[in-house]
Design a protein. Structure first.
Length: 391
């Protein structure tokens, strides 16, 4: 093969590298838009149900109203399951698209490396040809300049091809990072759906559980409510006694009051610290914040500390009391399950139990209208607003 035929091959090889196509970053938007419209419609229905629930929770706590609240919560839980399912479908489709993009970019990089290698080897051969040889080999002055132009194309083309390969490598790294993020998001969505489905199943059974417990009679329901109020007062006195009685271990890091959320606050706060409307509805002061979350959500220790009491009250009010290393004492109410015992030392993020709150279910008691975590913070023997210590 003549040297000038090699030159032509080099020009072609460089052209192949420069012609590598980038994957269009705009994916199948039409389908995605349609799916996200479905998400919006479901979310709008959830918002409508939540408005109904907000109104019902402000009304007098009667058996009929409580059953109405549970029925609305069942509707909301079904919608939450649907929402999670749609989000899972969307995320799975996005992951498939990213995987296809990764494969395409990787193939382009592999092919580009081969073509660039051939171009660089041929370019090396060109550097060995002197201008005199180019002139002698040319049949005319026009051909001489054409051949010189080939040499220039190759020299600049190889450099441009290297730059493009580096750009493709950057695209690949970004796609892999996005793929990892989407995969983590998918795992979280699957867990959310499982929790919402579990919460739905629990609430479906809660309605019959309450009706059976009070025989459908308003008087018996009100008696249960009064007993629950007295139980809450007793629990508060017991916690105060634990603190004043020297049963709290001395703080390891006094004054370091910062805490993480024991459950995600993504659904907001349903009842604030000493909120007047709570006292009007339940007939007792609310020395806590209520964080809505699906029944059975893992409760995570917001900081390092020692479990000083756990109480499993069956269908009554179950709770966990924890002495933080900072000197604070925290209480987790309406607990449906426990993963720690008294005197256990736990670290921040460790699961200590599982949320409840659906009336008629384990750990809920009667002073509740739906699934949530009741979260108290005590300092120097008195309850204080937990929000001042949360991020």
């Amino acid at each position: 093969m003549s040297r000038w035929l090699k030159i032509l091959n080099v020009v072609v090889a460089v052209g192949l590298v420069l012609g590598l196509g980038f994957v269009d970053s705009v994916r199948a938007e039409d389908a995605a838009v349609e799916k996200r419209l479905e998400l919006r419609e479901i979310q709008q229905k959830i918002d409508e149900v939540e408005k109904i629930l907000d109104q019902k929770r402000k009304e007098a706590l009667t058996l009929q109203n409580q059953i109405g609240i549970i029925e609305a919560q069942i509707d909301e839980a079904r919608l939450q399951v649907q929402l999670a399912e749609r989000e899972i479908n969307i995320t799975e489709a996005e992951i498939s698209e990213i995987q296809a993009e990764v494969e395409k970019v990787q193939a382009d990089i592999d092919n580009g490396k081969i073509s660039l290698g051939e171009a660089m080897r041929a370019s090396y051969e060109l550097r060995r040809i002197s201008l005199v040889e180019v002139l002698v080999a040319a049949e005319s002055l026009s051909e001489f300049f054409t051949r010189l132009e080939y040499v220039s194309i190759i020299e600049s083309g190889v450099e441009s091809a290297l730059t493009k390969l580096l750009e493709l490598q950057t695209v690949l790294e970004e796609d892999l990072e996005e793929l990892n993020s989407k995969s983590e998001g998918l795992a979280a969505l699957v867990l959310t759906k499982e929790l919402e489905q579990q919460s739905l199943n629990t609430q479906v059974g809660a309605k019959d559980s309450i009706l059976n417990a009070v025989k459908g009679e308003e008087a018996k329901y009100q008696a249960e409510l009064e007993a629950a109020r007295e139980e809450q007062r007793r629990v508060s006195r017991e916690i105060a006694s634990l603190i004043s009685g020297g049963k709290i271990p001395p703080p390891r890091n006094p004054g370091d009051y910062g805490m993480s959320w024991p459950v995600s606050p993504s659904k907001g706060i349903s009842a604030g610290f000493r909120e007047p409307s709570y006292a009007a509805t339940f007939g007792i002061e609310h020395n806590a914040i209520d964080i809505p979350t699906p029944q059975g959500t893992p409760i995570k220790a917001p900081a390092d500390g020692t479990i000083i009491k756990t109480r499993d009250a069956g269908l009554g009010y179950s709770y966990i009391v924890m002495a933080m290393d900072s000197g604070l004492v925290t209480v987790y109410g309406h607990v449906s399950g426990f993963s720690v015992s008294t005197d256990s030392y736990v670290v921040e993020g460790q699961v200590i139990g599982y949320t409840g709150g659906t009336p008629g279910t384990a750990g809920a008691g009667y002073l509740t209208t739906g699934p949530h975590l009741h979260f108290e913070t005590w300092r120097d023997g008195s309850p204080v607003n937990p929000l001042q210590y949360l991020p």
